[in-house]
Write a protein that binds this ligand. Structure first.
Ligand code: SF4
Length: 378
């Protein structure tokens, strides 16, 4: 059973004149010990998903879902108190801007020690519990790589650098020993050295503690270095998801391919001074969503069939929503159009499906990909 299971999550916002679907049938799962990346450009709804999961949305926003469960328990059916308990002990969140998430009127020591739940302390006199709080706080500071804890703990949030602040936020998040960490673009606008430190820290916590991480970001390079699986979001819809290496090697959706092509790090044969590929146009506003596939007006391969909303289809664990996916032979494509879920019983139907059979035979896989791409890509 996954830790977090979100199926067909829809979030409707009242704009004053109408209700618009800011999220439309979004599906995500995070297993124990898995790092799942959630990617998409600004305005695609990444942070809204985080808010819907943690329950931080205004009362007048309408959330519906086929499933929104934490370890099998329905989050939507819980009282606010039950949900707060889960958020306090089992799910932790790190936000984009660490200093704005901290209390400016208290020192880091006060904030960190205060956030330690009483259940984690042994029974004893108040001075013994105070000593325990101090020891736990120092241990957490060292765990996240803040070595000079003595001077750091006496400072206020405005007196520390952004990398220290983000590490401190991660320490606060780890206080209750959560099973899932939701990191909402934690490395945004950080310079590369600091970013690498934060990524190494999160990757280390995943390996040493088996911490599940939902890593929300638009930074493909950061994601490729640490995530196991990836979900791509466009305009409030999940359009493709699967293992990171499968999506990098053979994206099926045109938007995923455009995202990868726009990142120079993924273009090994890019000549010097050449232009990067970018999709024309911008993400539409919620009030002016196109009918059918939301990428339609920007998609270089759009056809008249795209005025219908594409259904989600699967090749094993690789899901995509597109009428004309890349890299699939036409026979396979017409088969997927009539089949909602292509399971293992039909996988032999696709010659390209050999890619998914062995994750270890990379050289063989890359040959298959290039042959099929030349022969079948439209
Ligand atoms: S469904 Fe059509 S418009 Fe949408 S991504 Fe696929 S080809 Fe492009």
């Amino acid at each position: 059973m996954p830790l977090l299971d979100v199926k067909n999550l829809t979030l409707e916002i009242d704009t004053g004149t109408e209700f618009v679907k800011a999220l439309d049938k979004v599906s995500i799962t995070v297993e124990k010990g898995e790092i799942r990346a959630l990617v998409g450009e600004s305005g695609s709804g990444k942070s809204l998903i985080v808010r819907a999961i943690i329950g931080a949305v205004p009362d007048h926003w309408i959330i519906t879902a086929d499933r929104l469960t934490w370890k099998g328990q329905n989050l939507l059916a819980m009282s606010n108190e039950q949900r707060r308990m889960i958020m306090r002990r089992e799910i932790a969140v790190v936000f984009q801007d660490p200093t704005s998430s901290l209390d400016p009127s208290a020192t880091l020591k006060e904030q960190l020690e205060e956030s330690i739940p009483a259940e984690l302390l042994d029974k004893g006199r108040f001075w013994q519990r105070a000593k325990q709080r101090k020891d736990i706080a120092i241990g957490l500071m060292h765990k996240v790589g803040i070595k000079d804890h003595q001077s750091c703990m006496q400072r206020y949030p405005h007196e520390i650098a952004s990398d220290i602040a983000q590490k401190f936020m991660i320490a606060m998040a780890l206080v209750s020993e959560p099973e899932l960490l939701i990191a909402d673009d934690p490395t945004r606008s950080m310079e590369s050295t600091t970013k690498n430190q934060i990524l190494r820290l999160l990757g280390g916590l995943n390996e040493s503690k088996g911490l599940g991480i939902l890593f929300v970001s638009h930074d493909l390079l950061a994601i490729s270095s640490m995530a196991h699986t990836m979900t791509v979001l466009y305009c409030g819809q999940t359009i493709e998801s699967g293992k990171v290496k499968h999506l990098h090697r053979r994206p099926l959706h045109h938007y995923t391919k455009a995202l990868l092509d726009s990142a120079p790090s993924f273009q090994v044969n890019l000549p010097p001074k050449s232009h990067l590929v970018a999709l024309e146009g911008t993400i539409p506003t919620l009030q002016h969503l196109p009918i059918g596939c939301r990428l339609g007006p920007r998609c270089p391969k759009a056809r008249k069939e795209c005025v219908k909303v594409p259904e989600e289809r699967f090749i094993q664990q690789h899901a995509y929503s597109c009428h004309f996916p890349l890299h699939l032979p036409s026979a396979a494509r017409s088969h997927t159009q009539n089949t909602n879920n292509i399971g293992t019983s039909t996988k032999e139907y696709f010659s390209t499906d050999r890619l998914y059979k062995s994750d270890n035979s990379d050289s063989e896989n890359s040959n298959i990909t290039s042959q099929k791409t030349e022969g079948n890509e439209q």
